[in-house]
Design a protein around this ligand. Structure first.
Ligand SMILES: [Zn+2]
Length: 52
């Protein structure tokens, strides 16, 4: 029997985080909390993973 580790698609799902002001894509992935500054409109946003 081989372990394949393919049953984690739900846990590993990629989440997109966008600027609330201009809707520019800021980052993708899995975070807990991060503060980021939009390179387009300079808005500082605190992004949180709401899917934990
Ligand atoms: Zn922005």
């Amino acid at each position: 029997m081989n372990k394949k580790g393919n049953g984690l698609s739900d846990l590993n799902r990629i989440i997109e985080y966008r600027c609330p002001v201009c809707n520019r894509l800021l980052m993708k992935g899995k975070i807990i909390t991060v503060e980021t500054k939009c390179p387009k409109c300079k808005k500082i946003s605190i992004l949180r993973n709401t899917a934990i």
